[in-house]
Design a protein around this ligand. Structure first.
Ligand SMILES: [Zn+2]
Length: 90
């Protein structure tokens, strides 16, 4: 992943956080996540760089969000790994 893509992960945090507010407490699949983030103005076109596992309380990727990954501020918790993966919106 390029350095630009890496910082984008963190820049996207706040728009995603706001998008997910109505979904707090709900479980969403990775396909539902994709549909949601594609609709974020300005950054939705980069949806491939916006992965739930980058903003996750129990997943730590090399290039994950500097603001929330692996912390209590994470946007989601992965509750099922596989097809589909399922995430609880925090
Ligand atoms: Zn984040």
């Amino acid at each position: 992943m390029s350095k630009e893509a890496w910082s984008f992960v963190t820049e996207a945090h706040e728009p995603i956080r706001q998008l997910l507010i109505p979904f707090r407490g709900a479980e969403i699949t990775n396909d539902q996540w994709k549909e949601l983030v594609q609709n974020i103005p300005g950054i939705g076109a980069k949806w491939k760089l916006i992965q739930p596992t980058d903003h996750c309380s129990n997943v730590r990727n090399i290039a994950s969000c500097k603001l929330c990954a692996d912390t209590g501020q994470a946007l989601v918790t992965r509750v099922r790994r596989g097809k589909p993966s399922i995430f609880l919106v925090r």
